[in-house]
Design a protein around this ligand. Structure first.
Ligand code: CAA
Length: 695
């Protein structure tokens, strides 16, 4: 065995050179990895004892891509990816990439320059750069369509999907599957087969058949663009990926590479990719809790109890049933229980119809759900989640029941979105077991969970709740107890300003348009209409004090009755309502305010800057661990566009001094709702970043 570098070694086995890369955690293509690979391939090619070369990785995965931490740094050093690829393609003997785990991004682009690829069945391949606001910049955009065809390349590169090995085999992306757990020997056997059959050394660059098949058919691209338009609205990278594939079809390989390089650079130096790369790391950092050690013992969770089989409880239950955890769903009345279980079944049936799960899987998941009318049936649960309506008295009664019924050491969780969890915990004799697990609606779909730590919550309970959230496919952020926790607390000032803007002369559709164009899936008033204006409103007590009161009194209740802030057509299409416009003007006049024209810029600043300001208050109070956690919450739970990072990232990119100065101006004209947070003032005064101040 020859050590080529710190991260690669070369061994000749049965006349085959096996080059092994070992650079934890994911064998990303850092400078030392690139150099190690280049030197290793060169040495293997020059070694007279070796007739073929196998490239294989140690650890959990094949190369998972370029080293993202190097992006935006001082510029490349050592061998480039292109050097490695050229060494592989131009080797005089067959080069075989042996894939396990994931071959992603630059990793797959390296594998595409091997003459052959083998993989274990559990492996996956993909070009996920689009999710980092990028495109595969090492020839992947030109090589992938040459192997899998234009349509498949379009779909793989704009979704970033990790394609399972069996599908890769069908697509020709992988030449052979080898037995799970026997990649090394399987690859060596394959290499010997290539040699004995005298197979020619295949170079993807020279194979033009599949791209030529799409030449002169621009409709392929137009149709594809139209198909993804809604989903990718606002993002640059999907379109840039498409343009590269167009170049693969219409230009020579060399020109296509040049187009790829140019567009890659544009994305890499742009704001969107900076935000998306930041989000990638933020979503990994969010799991790290400074005062809860990684090896904190966890409570085994085999059965979960959920109280409340409404939309929320049912959705939460599905998350657990999906991953094989048994659930007991408790309701007070049989009718509500039957309805709740029926909704869950209907959701699963819909997934089956769309081909996402099989009918057998629907039954398997339903079989994990047990309905009950008695909280006593939660006695053997390891975790209970209360998901009833927001009423402190009711919640405390349920927690007193939990305390009485549940076995020692089990976790008692509430799904409250705003109430004081310390007070809820006071209804038990075991506040160390009480925690918040705030799911977002629809709970079976939305990725975010705010895990809320109360005063006495134990580290074991926190560690288990975080790990369990991960297990059910969520992204969890640990937050502290305060009104609305982090997400809803930040939503508050935005909503207040949106309402205020109406009283100053903006219309709901103006505010909604500005926030929609910013990248939110919908604005606050369209959202209110969707949720229903009459939630928490009562005819008996309504005094016409707020605009909402007035709208509800006029039976404008939202989408559900076709009239809210907007008028709705039979197809649910929204149009600005002249009646609402008149109501707003009348209501504003009553308040004595003079209406004025409000610019889009002002609408945006009025809505967004107070959110950033609230974020600073949250950080100063220690209710979020770090600024990036707030961003993870807003991108995953509230539709903040990932290509703008999140409110805290956005504030920093806009310039915190700019935000601060604008808040000061607005405070003068509009009062203390805009009073700058002391932490924001401190950060600007000291010229520090979040990280430098420990946030
Ligand atoms: N560069 C640097 N670090 C990376 C990385 C990369 N490409 N991919 C993962 N990591 C780090 C993570 O930050 C994490 O670090 P910490 O443990 O310190 O938090 C660690 O590796 C493990 O990652 P995960 O927690 O995500 O582990 P996982 O097992 O759940 O997932 C994975 C593994 C599927 C590889 C996932 O990490 C992933 O999707 N990585 C990104 C893949 C990617 O986007 N590749 C394309 C890069 S861009 C490119 O290649 C451009 C080009 O064309 C040249």
């Amino acid at each position: 065995m020859t050590a080529i570098s710190d991260v690669t070694d070369l061994r000749i086995e049965d006349g085959i050179a096996v080059l092994t890369l070992n650079s934890p955690p994911v064998n990303a293509l850092s400078a030392k990895v690139r150099t190690g690979l280049f030197d290793g391939i060169t040495a293997a090619d020059a070694n007279a004892d070796a007739k073929a070369i196998v490239l294989i990785c140690e650890g959990r995965t094949f190369i998972a891509g370029a080293d993202i931490t190097e992006f935006g740094g001082k510029g490349p050093s050592g061998a480039s990816i292109t050097d490695v690829q050229a060494a592989m393609q131009n080797a005089q003997k067959p080069v075989i990439a042996a894939i396990h785990g994931t071959a992603l991004g630059g990793g797959l682009e390296i594998a595409l320059c091997a003459h052959f690829r083998v993989a274990v069945p559990s492996a996956r391949c993909g070009l996920p750069e689009v999710n980092l606001g990028l495109l595969p910049g090492a020839g992947g955009t030109q090589r992938l369509p040459r192997i899998v065809g234009v349509e498949t390349a379009l779909s793989m590169m704009t979704s970033g999907r990790h394609v399972p090995a069996a599908e890769c085999l069908e697509l020709g992306l992988v030449d052979e599957l080898v037995e799970e757990g026997a990649l090394r020997s399987g690859a060596i056997i394959f290499a010997n087969k290539v040699l004995s059959e005298g197979r020619p050394l295949r170079k993807v660059d020279e194979s033009n058949e599949k791209v030529e098949a799409a030449r002169g058919k621009p409709e392929i691209f137009e149709k594809f663009r139209a198909g993804i338009a809604r989903k990718t609205r606002g993002y640059l990278a999907p379109e840039y990926n498409i343009r590269c594939i167009e170049a693969a079809v219409n230009e020579s390989f060399a020109d296509g590479l040049a187009t790829e390089g140019r567009l890659f650079l544009e994305l890499m130096t742009g704001e969107q990719s900076a935000a998306q790369r930041y989000s990638f790391f933020a979503e990994r950092e969010v799991w790290k809790i400074p005062d809860v050690a990684r090896d904190t013992p966890q409570i085994p969770i085999e059965r979960v109890g959920i109280v409340g089989a409404g939309t929320m409880g049912g959705g939460i239950a599905m998350n657990f049933a999906n991953v094989g955890i048994a659930v007991t769903l408790v309701e007070r009345e049989q009718e509500a229980l039957t309805r709740g279980l029926g909704v869950v079944r209907a959701n699963y049936e819909r997934s089956a119809k769309r081909g996402r799960i099989t009918e057998a899987e629907v039954e398997a998941r339903m079989a994990r759900l047990t309905g009950s009318l008695s909280i006593e049936d939660l006695a053997d649960c390891d975790l209970a989640i209360e998901a009833v309506f927001e009423n402190m008295k009711v919640k405390k009664e349920i927690f007193a029941d939990f305390d009485r019924v549940m076995k020692p050491g089990s976790i008692l969780a509430t799904n409250t979105s705003a109430l004081d969890i310390d007070e809820i915990a006071s209804a038990t004799k075991r506040p160390e077991s009480v925690i918040g697990m705030h799911f977002f609606s629809p709970a079976n779909v939305m990725r975010l969970v705010e895990v809320v730590r109360a005063d006495h919550t134990s580290n074991e309970v926190i560690a288990t709740s975080m790990a369990l959230s991960k297990k059910i496919g969520k992204i969890a952020a640990l937050v502290g107890v305060c009104h609305g926790f982090v997400g809803n607390r930040i939503l508050g000032p935005r909503q207040a300003q949106a309402n205020e803007l109406l009283l100053e002369g903006a219309m709901p559709w103006d505010v909604d348009r500005v926030l929609f164009d910013f990248g939110f899936p919908m604005g606050p008033f369209a959202m209110s209409d969707l949720a229903g204006l009459d939630i928490g409103w009562s005819k008996e007590t309504s005094k016409g004090e707020t605009l909402r009161d007035v709208l509800c009194e006029m039976d404008r209740r939202g989408q559900k009755n076709g009239r809210g802030f907007y008028d709705y057509g039979a197809d649910r299409s929204a149009s600005p309502s002249r009646e609402v416009e008149a109501i707003i003007r009348d209501f504003a006049a009553r308040g004595g305010k003079e209406l004025r024209t409000i610019s889009d810029e002002e609408i945006l600043e009025r809505c967004v800057f107070p959110m950033i300001n609230e974020g600073f208050k949250i950080l100063a109070e220690g209710k979020a661990i770090r600024a990036s956690d707030i961003d993870v919450i807003w991108t995953n739970g509230y539709g903040w566009p990932v290509y703008r990072g999140g409110p805290m990232f956005y504030g920093e990119r806009a310039g915190l001094d700019v935000v601060l100065n604008r808040l000061r101006e607005l405070q003068k004209t509009h009062g203390d709702a805009f009073a700058p947070a002391p932490l924001l003032e401190k950060m600007v005064a000291e010229g520090k970043t979040y990280r430098e101040l420990g946030y």
